[in-house]
Design a binder for this molecule. Sequence first.
Ligand code: MG
Ligand code: ZN
Length: 214
Amino acid sequence: MKLKVASKILDANDRIANENTKMLKDRGIFSINLMSSPGAGKTTLLEKTISSLSSSVGIAVIEGDVAGSDDAERIDRLNIPVVQINTGGGCHLDASMVQEALNDLPLQKVKLLFIENVGNLVCPAEFNLGEDIKVMLLSIAEGHDKPLKYPLMFQTSSALVINKIDLAPYVNADIEKIKRDALSLNPSIKIFEVSCQTGQGLDKWTDWLLTHCS
Ligand code: MG
Ligand code: ZN
C-alpha cells in the first residue's frame, strides 16, 4: 500500500515535470538540476559560473532551500533573475514547486536555467523536475566514499563536479577513487575537478556549459 502511494506521487510529479520540459523547450532554455549535499558549494559554483558566463548567455536561477533566502540574495547581487523556493521542511524540490517558480521568473532573455536543489544526497535524484540534465557537485571534504554510498545521485547525473580540490593537502580524500567509482556507476558521466576558491578548473566547466546553450 505504501509503495502504491509513493508511485502515485511520482506519477503526478512526472506529469508536471513533462509540462516544465515542454515550457522550457518552447523557450529554447537549457536547464540543469544541480544537486549535492549541504555545503558542497552549489551556490558558490553558481556565483562563479554566472560571473564568467552572464555576459555571453542569459542565465536564471531557481534556489531551493528548506528555509531562508540567503542563496537567492547572493544570486540577486549578480543581477540575474532568481526565485527562492522554501520547501518548509521538504528535503527535495518537486516539479510543481519548479513550475510555480518558472511562472515567477522573467524568462525572455534566458537560455540557461540552473535549479539549485535542496542540499541532500538522497531523494533529489528521485524527482524529475523537467530539467534537461542533472549535475552533481561533491566536495572532496565530504570523503571519497560517497559515490558507492549514494549511487543513484551519480547514476542519474550527466556530470560530476568535484569541488574544493584546493583542500586536497588537508583532507584525507582520494580523488582518483571518487572518479573511478563514479565512472563505475555511470560510465558516461563527465567529470570536472574544480576549486571555486582559486578558480582552478572552472574554465573547462563553463566551456562545457556553453556547448549546451548555443
Ligand atoms: Mg546553496
Ligand atoms: Zn526528499
